[in-house]
Design a protein around this ligand. Structure first.
Ligand code: GDP
Length: 138
């Protein structure tokens, strides 16, 4: 059954002009785009999105980075979308990412790693709702 997940093209990738290339990778991997928007997050908005990481030492740096420029927020759909997107993204640290994954091809560092993808069903539901209203998901 088709499943939805949430993804962000992060400021490093958008700044580097990699938006279209990463969207092409996602299309090749079988995802359809249910909703998409380009926007700039404020720091409080980035802090709210990453609230689960609030106690991590990199929280301030991460939320400064995520509010440093345009992002592209998306809801993606396919069978097994949540796990398949994590697979297509590759490991958090691009140095550890499998060849052929988006992070291996496009990421700069463990922080500036090009793409976000929800890590589970509950997270996906929270993250989709954080960025998109119901009427944008028809
Ligand atoms: P993800 O699910 O693969 O995105 O990884 P996490 O949920 O663990 O971390 C969220 C995001 O925080 C990552 O995608 C990175 O942008 C950033 N991050 C994770 N670990 C580190 C770290 O050790 N140092 C820094 N500076 N950023 C990190």
């Amino acid at each position: 059954m088709a499943q939805r997940t949430f993804s962000i093209l992060k400021p490093d990738a958008v700044r580097a002009g990699q938006t279209a290339a990463i969207l092409a990778e996602l299309q090749k991997a079988g995802f359809t785009i249910v909703a998409i928007k380009k926007m700039v997050l404020s720091k409080p908005q980035a802090q709210g999105f990453y609230a689960v990481h609030a106690k991590r030492p990199f929280f301030d740096s991460l939320t400064t980075f995520m509010s440093s420029g345009s992002i592209v927020a998306m809801v993606l759909e396919k069978e097994n979308a949540i796990a398949d997107l994590r697979k297509a993204m590759g490991a958090t640290n691009p140095a550890d990412a499998e060849p052929g994954t988006i992070r291996k091809k496009f990421a700069r560092s463990i922080e500036e790693n090009a793409i976000h993808g929800s890590d589970g069903e509950e997270t996906a539901a929270f993250e989709i709702g954080y960025f998109f209203a119901g009427h944008e998901l028809i």
